[in-house]
Design a protein around this ligand. Structure first.
Ligand SMILES: [Zn+2]
Length: 347
């Protein structure tokens, strides 16, 4: 509505609104409230009830671990797959399979290479800089879009280097919590969901990555860490399920920054590193469906390391505009991943 009101006051605005609202959009001049009317996500009706998103990134989660452990040992990943829409064959950014670059992609919907419109975060330690300095210009995130539309945001992380994101988008992140203890962080997440749920909550968990570096990715210790992560995921899901106000309106999306095999995950040319899961669970989500089957225009990549040309695989960086889409907000400015917002999880 704010967009439309601004639009009628100037001729430039009228052109703008024509670009923003696709020809298929409902024009709802009467009775609409505070939020701008944007085309509903593919497959969803205009009265779709989702008004919150919990996004979970499991640092270093090789999707093969979910298959190897099966439903009995990872019941919550499998619950998300059975009751939600998913793929175990999504992709990281092409350039790098590292933590900060890929999380920046999830939050901004951009690739990494700044010379090609990317966010420029090619480093993996927090050096005190910002994403904007890395890119050479301001880089918008999901936090900007949600916050600028009067909604609330939170970022929970188990790694201190996520201070990069707080420093970069400080006014747009209403709550920023770092706790290197995964279980304790999840207690803070569930308490926040019960007491003061934000519109957009991003949760970063890191047990698989830690175990992978210490004992080898896909080792027995690594698989134990994935099982523990599944139990922590279960606490978040059961918090959402146990409260009707959350259950009826909350979408949970889960992906990973990279996988891993053997001692590391640094080689971006290895399938074990660039293949990640993408799971979506919540009201209206098509139960038990594969995301590639639901999302027009995407192509399942097999085992290929994909480029940015041609039909795209589902990527962890699609998360940013999945969030803006389901919340009926505009795209993240400057984003390229899921820009068409054809990533569809709904019936
Ligand atoms: Zn790592």
């Amino acid at each position: 509505m704010m967009l439309r009101r601004a639009a009628v006051s100037s001729g430039i605005g009228l052109i703008l609104v024509g670009l923003l609202v696709a020809p298929t959009a409902q024009t709802d001049m009467a009775g609409s409230t505070a939020r701008p009317t944007v085309t509903p996500a593919a497959g969803r009706s205009a009265d779709d009830p989702v008004n919150r998103v919990v996004a979970i990134s499991m640092d270093g989660l090789n999707p093969r671990a979910i298959r190897v452990l099966g439903r009995s040992r990872t019941p919550n990943f499998h619950r998300m797959m059975r009751q939600g829409a998913s793929t175990l064959n999504a992709r990281t950014a092409r350039e790098l399979t590292l933590t900060l670059p890929n999380h920046t992609g999830m939050l901004t919907g951009r690739r990494i290479d700044a010379r090609r419109g990317g966010h420029g975060v090619s480093f993996n330690t927090d050096t005190g800089t910002t994403v904007h300095r890395a890119a050479g210009r301001y880089v918008s995130s999901v936090f900007d879009v949600v916050h600028d539309h009067g909604r609330s945001t939170a970022l929970f992380s188990t790694k201190t280097k996520f201070a990069l994101f707080q420093r970069s988008w400080k006014p747009k992140i209403d709550r920023f919590t770092v706790d290197t203890d995964n279980a304790r962080l999840v207690r803070k997440v569930t308490a926040s969901l019960r007491r003061s749920p934000r519109t957009f909550t991003f949760v970063h968990l890191s047990l698989p990555d830690q175990a992978g570096h210490a004992h080898g990715f896909m080792s027995a210790a690594y698989l134990r860490a994935v099982r523990r992560s599944d139990r922590l995921l279960g606490r978040i899901l059961s918090t959402v399920r146990s409260r009707p106000a959350l259950r009826k309106h909350t979408l949970v999306a889960l992906t990973a920054d990279h996988g891993g095999s053997g001692a590391t995950h640094a080689d971006a040319r290895r399938a074990a590193n660039y293949r990640v899961p993408f799971l979506v669970w919540g009201p209206g989500v098509a139960a038990g469906r594969n995301l590639y089957g639901l999302s027009r225009g995407y192509r399942g990549p097999g085992s290929a390391r994909t480029t940015y040309r041609g039909r795209q695989p589902i990527r962890n960086g699609d998360l940013a505009n999945l969030v803006t889409d389901v919340l009926d907000l505009p795209r993240v400015p400057g984003s390229t991943f899921n820009r068409s917002r054809r990533l569809n999880a709904f019936r």
